[in-house]
Write a protein that binds this ligand. Structure first.
Ligand code: S3P
Length: 170
């Protein structure tokens, strides 16, 4: 029995959109770790990176992830970099059914290029996306299931995840 559905994936792959549709469909509660971090720190993500630094953000991210995964019945969307620590990957695999959302560089760039809320993409967003996608090429492969969100509408992606999750419960 998997307790939660955990969405992982690069920035701009639709974790929030798909996660909200999925939680409505299943009657689960939608939570995202970035939201928990902002609430706990009383600062936006760009402010956290600027004033406290990325390692501080990553520690808070691990803490919020572990805390959220003590709960049940969540659809939990995680930040794109949450998969980078082994400790986080282990908590995710223990805490539920892990689903990776994947999309091509062009699709991602289109979705994130005008967003000022992602400090890792500051400056030349397109070049940053391409570089980080390379660095993280295999980072999302530990998931139980992978779904392409550039080939499916968000409600179709949510439907596929709901189906797979239901089968995984048996
Ligand atoms: C990050 C992704 C962001 C946020 C932070 C760092 C990353 O979340 O956690 O800006 O390292 O990929 P989203 O994936 O929700 O944009």
């Amino acid at each position: 029995m998997k307790r939660n559905i955990i969405l992982i994936g690069f920035m701009g792959t639709g974790k929030t959109t798909v996660g909200q549709l999925l939680s409505d469909k299943l009657g689960h509660t939608f939570v995202d770790t970035d939201g928990l971090i902002v609430e706990a720190a009383g600062m936006t993500i760009p402010e956290l990176f600027e004033h406290k630094g990325e390692p501080y953000f990553r520690d808070l991210e691990s803490e919020m992830l572990e805390k959220a995964l003590q709960r049940e019945g969540l659809v939990l969307a995680t930040g794109g970099g949450a998969v980078l620590r082994e400790r986080n990957r282990n908590s995710m695999l223990e805490g539920g059914f892990v689903v990776a959302l994947k999309a091509g560089a062009e699709h991602i760039i289109d979705r994130v290029k005008h967003d000022a809320n992602r400090p890792l993409l500051a400056g030349d967003a397109e070049a940053r996306v391409r570089k980080l996608l390379q660095d993280r090429a295999e980072a999302y492969d530990f998931a139980h299931l992978s779904i392409r969100t550039d080939e499916l509408a968000p409600h179709e992606a949510a439907g596929k995840i709901a189906e797979a999750w239901t089968s995984a419960q048996r």
